[in-house]
Design a protein around this ligand. Structure first.
Ligand code: GLU
Length: 492
């Protein structure tokens, strides 16, 4: 270190030996460049984690915590870790773990270290990554706290278990804890905020605060970003860190996500799990874009951003202190924007599950697909908005009672006959919008019929019903055979 610091152009004031090596003291100015160089050299690796408890679906709040940790890690070329906090054995299930992993993967938040998404085995040098497999580690540190007197057996905790006692951490009188929160600035947690707290239940199972502090220290977590409701836990964890002689990570407590009534977002506000949005036809790109903006803003106030852009622009300085409202309408708008940005191929693939569910059978030729998407996607907000494709499927064509009423009008038979003759004469595979317009004109002139007596029978000849789809956009998507087959059904 001494040699590294050597700057021959600065006058040397003194030097000496310490256990860690030689120290030097220079006088004179140190440039900003020197400081940055030093900081970069001395900076610890950025290691952040998302540590869900697998007790249900991935909530949008959890997704945001995961996202900020991910964005920070990627922006800083650090490591993003997935640790599973499953010591609450009654509520933790493997099914929940798999669901949460699936949602994180769907969002595109891949982790560098932690449980393997497929096998759930450990992947990395700091495992096990599931707390339920780290009990021997917690036992060791619990013993250490008991030995040093920082923790004690509490026989009163569980009368039913008789001899078995819980272990409590002893909160010594101490100064208030003031630290520089990465989101909130200077935060003071009054020392009296917490009393002696359980670290090991009488069942022998360790408790969140204890496991979390031990793991963050052993896994060399440098920054902890989590919801603000963990502030009092941070005080408990700080005490555990200090009692075990660990260095503290930096903390950032994220502001609340609020519902439309500005109360903490909860199920009564509507969908709160990522899975619900996935099922409702939202794109992961849109959901994560939206969630990122619940508590962070881009330097240029852009709204529509890809994950790649978010990684590039993400900075802690732009995390907001105040709670952000989860505005469903905005999310929908954002989804529509992302949906329009997808390539035809990509969008078509993503629409398949909805088509399948609706039992729709549609043409597969790329030119047709591109034409259909250009026509319909401007009005789509989610991948579920496929109703405009329905009239394209020939098997959906049915003459409704209202359609039959229109066909019973005096002028309808001659309008249908002229429509049919014009389509028969048409030589192309598809009518474009312009040809459709000129055919309508020809029918109008040859039959001497105008207004609704002209348009309604044609509409029924195309969709079987006098109201609904905009024919100007629909007709160019139906080939000549399809148009003929439909009008024939009306002539029967
Ligand atoms: N398992 C905790 C939770 O899901 C993690 C809190 C933390 O990040 O420390 O809330």
């Amino acid at each position: 270190m001494g040699l590294f610091l050597y700057r021959p152009w600065l006058p040397l004031e003194g030097s000496g030996e310490t256990e860690k090596g030689t120290w030097y003291l220079w006088v004179g100015s140190v440039s900003l460049c020197d400081i940055q160089f030093l900081e970069a050299f001395m900076a610890q690796d950025i290691r952040v984690r998302f540590a869900p408890s697998p007790t249900g679906y991935l909530h949008v709040g959890g997704a945001r915590t995961a996202l900020y940790n991910f964005l920070y890690a990627k922006n800083q070329e650090g490591t993003f870790i997935l640790r599973v906090e499953d010591t609450d054995q009654e509520r933790s299930t493997e099914e929940s773990l798999r669901m949460q992993i699936q949602d994180l993967e769907w969002l595109g938040l891949a982790w560098d270290e932690g449980v393997d998404p497929k096998t759930l085995e450990d992947n990395g040098d700091y495992g096990p990554y599931r707390q339920s497999q780290r009990l021997h580690i917690y036992k060791k540190y619990c013993d250490q706290l008991l030995e040093s007197g920082a923790a004690y057996y509490d026989f009163r905790t569980d009368v039913e278990s008789g001899e078995q006692a819980a272990v409590r951490f002893k909160v010594e009188p101490q100064d208030d804890f003031t630290f520089e929160d990465l989101v909130r600035g200077s935060v003071t947690l009054p020392s009296g905020m917490v009393g002696d707290f359980v670290i090991l239940r009488s069942t022998g199972m360790p408790v969140y605060n204890f496991c979390c502090a031990v793991d963050d220290a052993l896994m060399k977590i440098s920054h902890v970003f989590r919801a603000e409701e963990h502030l009092s836990n941070t005080l408990r964890q700080k005490m555990i860190y200090e009692a075990l002689g660990f260095d503290l990570p930096r903390f950032g407590h994220l502001s609340l996500i609020l519902g439309s009534d500005r109360q903490k977002l909860s199920k009564r506000h509507g969908a709160t799990s990522c899975n619900q949005y996935k099922e409702s036809g939202y794109l992961p790109e849109a959901l994560l874009n939206f969630i990122t903006l619940l508590g962070w803003s881009s330097p240029e106030e852009e709204e529509i951003m890809s994950l790649e852009t978010l990684v590039r622009l993400f900075s802690l300085e732009r995390l907001n202190l105040s709670g952000a409202v989860f505005d469903e309408e905005k999310l929908k708008w954002m989804n529509a924007m992302h949906l329009r940005n997808l390539s035809d191929d990509d969008l078509w693939q993503r629409l398949q599950p909805a088509f399948k569910r609706a039992g729709l059978s549609l043409p597969s030729d790329p030119e047709w697909i591109s034409k259909a998407l250009t026509t319909f996607k401007v009005a789509m907000e989610t991948l579920q908005d496929i109703e405009r494709f329905e009239p394209v499927d020939d098997s959906r064509f049915a003459l409704t009672p209202e359609g039959k009423d229109v066909l019973a009008w005096d002028d309808s038979p001659k309008v249908l006959a002229a429509w049919q003759a014009n389509i028969k004469n048409y030589e192309g595979a598809y009518l474009d919008e312009e040809t459709f317009g000129s055919i309508q004109n020809q029918v109008k002139e040859s039959c001497g019929v105008k207004g609704k007596h002209l348009f309604m029978p044609i509409r029924v000849a195309v969709i079987g019903h006098p109201q609904g789809a905009d024919l100007k956009s629909l007709v160019p998507l139906l080939n000549r055979e399809s148009l003929l087959a439909r009008v024939e059904k009306c002539l029967l």
